[in-house]
Design a protein around this ligand. Structure first.
Ligand SMILES: [Zn+2]
Length: 178
């Protein structure tokens, strides 16, 4: 884990997005006990990956780091949260959602429409709370799910999931052959 973070120092390009069924997407990310320069570099690398892939949010496991770090930009600039937690959630809304780790699919996912989230903001150098609704609330829930190994395919019916995962594994098999 530390070795991986040291590699961040040497890596000036953006990180490659890990795609399902990569096993890191199913792990539980570790809390970051002492956010430092390496954490900042990780966030910068993640931001490059997110913007390059036109995402609105990204979690560290999606670029191969099992750290509790998420970033998002829902049109108000880049934000990052270390060790984010949902304190309160209310309301329900269904909406189409995609994921950079599950390319080319879009699923209607039911989530809370309002959330109160806390986490450490390394740029502000303090613990912050974010109360938000609709799209930002959805993005925060989606990225925090990633830190717990949860993907949007876990939130649909098991039949639909079976069909989708089979499709993904076939695609991946083909990719490895070529
Ligand atoms: Zn995702």
């Amino acid at each position: 884990m530390n070795n991986m973070l040291n590699n961040v120092n040497n890596d000036t390009s953006f990180f490659e997005i890990r795609v399902y069924p990569d096993s890191i997407l199913r792990g539980i990310a570790n809390p970051v006990n002492n956010p430092d320069e390496n954490t900042l570099r990780l966030i910068e690398g993640m931001a490059k990956s997110m913007y390059t892939n036109r995402g609105v949010g990204l979690a560290a496991p999606q670029v191969g780091f099992d750290q509790q770090v998420i970033i998002f930009d829902i049109g108000e600039g880049l934000r990052s949260l270390i060790n984010p937690r949902i304190l309160e959630a209310a309301g329900e809304k269904r909406y189409e959602e995609g994921c950079l780790s599950l390319p080319d699919i879009s699923l209607e996912i039911k989530r809370n429409s309002h959330v109160l989230v806390t986490g450490f903001d390394i740029k502000k150098d303090k613990e912050v709370t974010i109360e938000t609704s609709d799209l930002p609330a959805r993005v925060l829930q989606h990225e925090i799910d990633h830190l717990n190994g949860v993907l949007i395919i876990d939130k649909i019916s098991s039949l639909k999931r079976q069909l989708l995962t089979r499709k993904f594994k076939r695609k991946r098999g083909r990719r490895e052959e070529t």
